[in-house]
Design a protein around this ligand. Structure first.
Ligand SMILES: [Zn+2]
Length: 282
């Protein structure tokens, strides 16, 4: 699909399963199970949907999925399937060396795990040899100061070697990273969470990352229990979703197994209808 002059392709980096109650926070199971059916371990199945943007001769990758570095026990905990990111990129004629910029929305393992890989000598090296990597400074600092409540999500091998090599750039707030493409802070899930805002040719798109991980998380109180600052997530949603509805933005969902992109309509104050978009080849 296109937004103005920016070519955009939702990718598929693989599958994972997370506890349904954790995914929907204070929402009772009797409500969320009508939207996403849990398995016998109460987990719901999701995908990891990075985004590929092509603009001004540059290839930008937004998040990298979970990668393949983790051991069998870790993969079993989250029912992580094999990484399909490189196959998904190949469908667009691109290899890892063709990516100029990797934007990490945040550094949780299911968003940054595909940043790095272990080579034959056991060293952690970048997957994308020619890319700069960018994350918000607030996110990097939160990862370094991880504590009992969020430590399971932060695996230093996914970002620390990049930083030590001078490959990981730290941004402070909004920043244009490619023509018509800018970092957009979406605090709440973590303090330094960012999405990506595409404004081109009078159209707008927003990649929501874990602020609104699936299309079922559009209602204001449908907020993950994983969020470190849930009331900030609420404020962020109230700031962006009415505007997105009014202006017909294309919204991208990073963990929705069925709806990678949609438009929304505000049918009553604070109530939204979701209109999924067809994405060729996803
Ligand atoms: Zn996350």
């Amino acid at each position: 699909m296109r937004i103005g002059r920016v070519e955009i392709h939702p990718l598929n980096a693989g599958t994972l399963r997370l506890d349904g109650g954790a995914m929907f926070g204070v929402v009772p199971r009797t409500l969320w199970e009508q939207k996403m059916q849990p398995d016998e371990k109460n987990r719901i199945g999701m995908t990891m949907n990075p985004l590929l943007l092509r603009t001004g001769g540059k290839n930008v990758l937004l998040d990298t999925g979970a990668g393949d570095k983790q051991d069998a026990r870790f993969r079993d905990t989250y029912a992580l399937g094999p990484s399909t990111l490189s196959a998904s990129l190949a469908r667009h004629g691109l290899g890892p060396a063709d990516i100029h910029l990797v934007v990490n929305t945040h550094l949780h393992f299911d968003h940054a795990g595909g940043n790095t890989v272990r080579d034959e000598a056991g060293r952690i090296v970048p997957v994308f040899p020619n890319a700069r990597y960018v994350v918000q400074r607030a996110e990097f600092e939160e990862a370094l100061a991880a504590h009992e409540r969020n430590r399971a999500s932060y695996l230093p091998e996914n970002y620390r070697p990049l930083f030590d090599e001078g490959r990981l750039e730290l941004a402070d707030g909004e920043l244009e990273v490619a023509p018509d493409v800018a970092l957009a802070p979406l605090p709440g899930h973590t303090r330094g969470l960012q999405g990506l805002l595409i404004r081109s040719g009078g159209e707008t798109g927003l990649y929501l990352s874990d602020c609104v991980p699936t299309s079922h998380h559009i209602p204001f109180p449908w907020i993950m229990a994983y969020d470190l600052y849930p009331t900030e997530t609420l404020a962020t949603k109230k700031r962006i979703l009415p505007e997105a509805a009014r202006e017909g933005w294309t919204l991208f969902f990073e963990h929705d197994p069925e709806v990678p992109a949609a438009r929304i309509e505000e049918t009553a104050p604070g109530r939204f209808a979701v209109h999924p978009l067809t994405v060729e080849g996803w």
